[in-house]
Design a protein around this ligand. Structure first.
Ligand code: SF4
Ligand code: SF4
Length: 210
């Protein structure tokens, strides 16, 4: 009989201990892990405090040097294409149009003072493919292509993950393409005319000497 009451006492004591631990964690959940957030070196060492956040209303801040969603400050992009060549998954698509000499002033300079020599009508990043490796940002000579702290950019429609940074309207791009094509054709015609003249002069040369 005494064994019977002993077991009841042990059960009651065990339940009380367990409930005490639960209550302690429950009360601790009203605390926060400090104001500094994840950038606080002690953030993950603190055992007390709220573990689960009310996401998406609250979120753990992203680390300072984290690599997240890309952004291209396109006005500083010189259209060099180094990022495209560096990307291991080919998720950057770029189209450039050579700037005509008379349009250099209109095309402008980067914030670092470098003259831009290409229009960039298309600069698309397929962020659904991007693995945020950072190879493209590392090679960008003007540092216009950067990772932002934005880590949550999920979409229902995959097409919305294709980001467009090009800075020309379709009409503007068409006009500049046409102008560049005409200038190229003119330069080619001039080259051919000069080659033909040189050939004719060469053909006349030996005849004139005879
Ligand atoms: S971060 Fe990596 S995968 Fe993403 S665009 Fe840049 S090079 Fe490509
Ligand atoms: S590497 Fe930088 S400057 Fe060159 S095309 Fe890419 S984003 Fe533009």
């Amino acid at each position: 009989m005494s064994e019977y009451f002993k077991n009841i006492a042990t059960s009651a004591s065990t339940i009380a201990t367990g409930m005490g631990i639960t209550l302690k964690h429950f009360l601790n959940a009203f605390n926060r892990k400090g104001d500094a957030g994840i950038d606080d070196v002690d953030y993950f060492r603190q055992v007390d405090g709220l573990v689960t956040l009310q996401y998406p209303r609250e979120a753990v801040p992203t680390p300072l040097r984290g690599r997240y969603r890309l952004h291209n400050a396109i006005d500083d992009c010189i259209g060099c294409g180094q990022c495209v060549r560096a990307c291991p998954v080919n998720c950057i698509e770029i189209e450039t149009i050579k700037v005509m000499p008379e349009d250099l002033a209109a095309c402008g300079k980067t914030s670092g003072g470098q003259q831009k020599k290409f229009w960039v009508p298309v600069f698309d990043i397929d962020t659904a493919k991007c693995m945020t490796c950072g190879m493209c940002t590392n090679v960008c000579p003007t540092e216009c292509l950067v990772h932002t702290p934005v880590s949550d950019f999920s979409e229902f429609d995959r097409q919305n993950l294709l980001y467009h940074f090009g800075n020309l309207s379709r009409i503007e791009a068409d006009a500049k393409r046409r102008k560049a094509t005409e200038a190229q054709a003119k330069a080619q015609a001039e080259k051919e005319r000069k080659a033909a003249e040189a050939k004719a002069a060469q053909a006349e040369g030996p005849a004139g000497e005879q």
